[in-house]
Design a protein around this ligand. Structure first.
Ligand code: SF4
Length: 346
């Protein structure tokens, strides 16, 4: 039986240097290969043209490069691009490029399916199959950076972890991917341009704060009333708002980085004055701002976009209380690329 080869990108630079030394070569060769793997995102050993043919063969004999493949790319009328990304084991995740006049944002996935069960989310209907590896997250970003340069003539400017999966349930791999994305040997992006969006796992938010990460934090809040939140995000029963609040205060205390609350207003679910008042109160616990996001129906009878009047009420009351609020129109709806719509439907 043929031995399964290891993915070379699971090795650190130091491990690559040691590998070459152990094979009678110079440790420096490890730096060269590392640069090809991460800085140049090489898909095969043959691309490594400053490495001898014999060495490339030796790498081929020992390792694989488990690159992702963009199987299908769909372009929306508004310029949004959705990639269906095939992983080395043939599972599929999705990532999205969202262009605006001034920036290009990549929305990337962190898990195949999702560990959580938000009732309004199409991804939740796929069970969690596995976590993505750091290189699989990194590759999604590289693919979108390439598309941004090709179609919009500019590099990718921002990243949000808001695709499939709960990033804090794949904590180590997400942080390892961000390390590569921000490293000068990777994409060299500023961490301030990266937002990790979580549904709110208190223990992991505290852990991130202790790690003194430099990226931004967003929380899919959707309700500041336990009863309502548990009905739409059942894991709230395990991680209630009081625990989330404590973790967010801890986050702000450590990082001094303002939190963004992602919030969809649904008809008959969270569109009353009582809901707004609870949100205002929650926002006062730690410096924060609110993104009111337009809902994208996923063919469900329960969740319907609230009336404009309800959105306006939220906006006015939040503003009156000195809370920054932005109303976000949805992008890429016609290709099921909008928030909560990613479910491998293409
Ligand atoms: S909204 Fe996010 S956390 Fe909730 S089920 Fe969907 S992908 Fe998972």
């Amino acid at each position: 039986m043929q031995a399964i080869k290891k993915d070379i990108r699971a090795l650190t630079k130091e491990q690559l240097r040691t590998f070459f030394e152990a094979h009678g070569d110079k440790a420096f060769r490890g730096n060269q290969v590392y640069e090809w793997l991460w800085g140049k995102a090489a898909h095969s050993f043959d691309e490594m043209t400053n490495i001898s043919k014999e060495t490339r063969q030796m790498l081929e004999d020992n390792f694989v490069i488990n690159n992702i493949r963009v199987d299908q790319m769909q372009r929306s009328n508004d310029g949004t691009i959705k990639n269906a990304v095939r992983l080395h084991d043939d599972l599929i995740v999705e990532s999205v490029l969202i262009p605006t006049p001034t920036r290009t944002t990549a929305c990337v996935s962190s898990q195949v399916g999702c560990s959580l069960d938000c009732k309004f989310c199409a991804t939740a209907k796929l069970k969690r199959m596995r976590n993505l590896n750091p290189d699989e997250i990194y590759d999604q970003v590289v693919a979108i950076d390439n598309e941004s340069r090709l179609y919009f003539d500019r590099p990718l400017s921002n990243i949000v972890f808001m695709g499939m999966g709960e990033p804090l349930m794949n904590y180590n791999n997400v942080l390892a991917a961000i390390d590569k994305i921000t490293s000068p040997e990777g994409l060299g992006m500023s961490p301030r341009r990266i937002t990790v969006s979580t549904s709110g796992v208190p223990k992991m938010i505290k852990k991130m704060a202790d790690t003194e990460v430099k990226f931004k934090l967003a929380v899919s809040l959707h309700s500041a009333i336990d009863e309502v939140r548990t009905s739409i995000m059942p894991f709230n029963a395990t991680f209630p708002l009081a625990d989330l609040r404590e973790a967010l205060e801890y986050w702000y205390g450590k990082t001094k980085s303002r939190i963004t609350y992602e919030y969809v207003v649904w008809k008959g679910i969270n569109d009353t004055r009582n809901d707004v008042d609870a949100l205002v109160k929650f926002c006062k616990f730690a410096p924060s701002k609110v993104n009111l996001i337009e809902y994208n129906p996923i063919g469900d009878e329960v969740f319907k976009q609230a009336d404009n009047r309800a959105i306006e009420m939220y906006q006015q009351i939040l503003e009156r209380n000195g809370i920054t609020v932005t109303v976000r129109r949805s992008r890429g709806k016609d290709i099921d690329a909008a928030c909560g719509q990613l479910a491998n439907k293409s």
